[in-house]
Design a protein around this ligand. Structure first.
Ligand code: GLN
Length: 453
């Protein structure tokens, strides 16, 4: 803990943490030491972690990196973080993220962008760590914590992991409790760990997972020993290579890495099969209807009355308007506008309902594939390596949305997906591969991921 606190101080330029909690960290570390001395240390005793600022931490400021929650101090603890503390982990601080987790580059945070500790060979330009869990990925990669919590609504665990050579897993929807996590799009949101190895991710996942009666979508299924899945034979497993992910204009190095990954799994005894997920091309447009629709509804609660910021005004309508105009950043306002539009009478059938139907077809694509005996699907994690801060999405938000092309389908289908570091591009930047699994079969992802990393 002390070593990490020192490293955090030295690396403040990365802007990975939005709040450091050294006193709490030392207190928790002391308690962990005592528990270990008594032989009562939990599985994470003394392990220092960073927590994405989307997780409510009791008596510790939690902002979702939005001005509207700038002074919000929860009186409760999220289920996931309470499970981590139960198992002995230590809180180092709260990590930066895109505002309300909306973004792919961590540039929409009210605390400013996070820098990726990786840079292009021979260059001094700061790159994004990906998003929305950019602080989590950057902190883990720069050794400013041993692991971090993150959330993934459309790729926000896996894309930053791929950009920073870390491991990130989005569990099956319902595997981890969403209680006490600031909601973005409730039917897609799922939390998971970012860690430096598949083994670390498996260890953290075990503490984070589990049924929670406080989250009605939380699944009452046993939590396996994920660590035990590492090193298990993958002989005879069928790995699907989806034809539709071979995009026109995909960089050659991504294509090459993807084939290499497939070869490594083959060498370990797995069998490769070409599969088809025909509705893939509709996933991104459908996601960018469903996610903003749910976000506009979830964000209605920030009204200047119940939480955080309140702008002075002459009457209540003006107070709402001023508070929300001041409190939300540009990307969040854009999503609220898209969301209320697609949900409005007259447009609901044309957009939201249609997107939900597309979602069912996407889910069915995967079910068909798994019903043919495929155990997991291998794809690239991202269409490129990390890009420069300020380089993308300025005038055209869609340019940024295209980053999620390989990751959003997994959220739309509620499936587990893991991103593992697999190689480097021509400029020596990390590239990741993604494995998509059957519902509640994260174990297979850990077994296969450990072969690739
Ligand atoms: N980049 C996607 C978005 O902006 C996904 C974000 C996420 O997974 N939280 O919606």
């Amino acid at each position: 803990t002390d070593a990490h606190l020192k490293a955090m101080e030295a690396a403040r330029l990365l802007n990975a943490y939005v709040l450091e909690t050294p006193d709490r960290a030392r207190e928790m570390a002391r308690a962990a030491d005592e528990a270990i001395a008594k032989g009562e240390g939990g599985p994470l005793a003394g392990i220092p972690l960073g927590i994405k600022d989307l997780f409510a931490t009791r008596d510790i400021r939690t902002t979702a990196c939005s001005r509207i929650l700038g002074n919000f101090i929860p009186s409760y603890e999220s289920t996931i973080t309470s499970q981590l503390w139960r198992d002995g982990a230590v809180l180092l601080g709260k990590l930066n993220n895109d505002e309300f987790a909306m973004g792919s580059s961590n540039e929409t945070s009210c605390f400013g962008p996070v820098a990726n500790p990786w840079r292009r060979a021979g260059s001094n330009t700061d790159l994004v760590p990906g998003g929305s869990s950019g602080g989590s990925a950057s902190a883990v990669a720069a050794m400013l914590c041993m692991g971090a919590t993150a959330t993934d609504t459309g790729g926000s665990i896996r894309q930053p992991a791929a950009f920073t050579a870390t491991v990130g897993i989005k569990p099956t929807y319902g595997r981890c409790s969403r209680w006490g996590i600031v909601a973005f799009a409730s039917s897609l949101d799922q939390a998971g760990p970012i860690a430096r190895s598949v083994r670390d991710a498996a260890i953290l996942m075990r503490s984070m997972a589990g049924h929670d009666p406080k989250d009605t979508t939380s699944a009452d299924v046993p939590v396996p020993d994920y660590e035990a899945a590492i090193g298990k034979s993958v002989k005879g497993m069928r790995i699907g290579i989806p034809r539709e992910y071979r995009l026109d204009g995909m960089p050659g190095e991504i294509e090459k890495l993807w084939s290499e990954g497939a070869e490594w799994l083959k060498a370990a005894g797995a069998e490769l099969v070409e599969v088809s997920l025909p509705h893939t091309k509709y996933a991104l447009p459908a996601y960018y209807i469903v996610a903003p629709a749910e976000a506009s509804s979830n964000l209605a609660r920030y009204d200047g009355v119940r939480y955080g910021l309140r702008e002075p005004a002459r009457n209540i309508i003006e107070m709402y308007e001023k508070t929300r105009a001041e409190g939300f950043g540009a990307e969040v306002r854009r999503r609220v506008m898209i969301g209320t539009y697609v949900l409005s009478a007259g447009y609901y059938d044309a957009y939201y309902l249609r997107a939900q139907k597309v979602r069912t077809l996407i889910k069915k694509d995967f079910e068909d594939c798994f019903s043919k005996g495929v155990h997991a699907i291998l794809t690239p994690a991202t269409p490129s390596a990390a890009f420069g801060i300020g380089e993308k999405g300025g005038a055209d938000p869609v340019e940024m949305y295209l980053n999620d092309i390989f990751t959003v389908t997994v959220n739309m289908a509620g499936l587990p997906g893991i991103a593992v570091p697999a190689g480097r591009d021509a400029q020596d930047l990390p590239l990741g591969l993604q494995l998509i699994g059957r519902p509640f079969d994260e174990e297979t992802l850990f077994s296969l991921g450990a072969i690739i990393e």
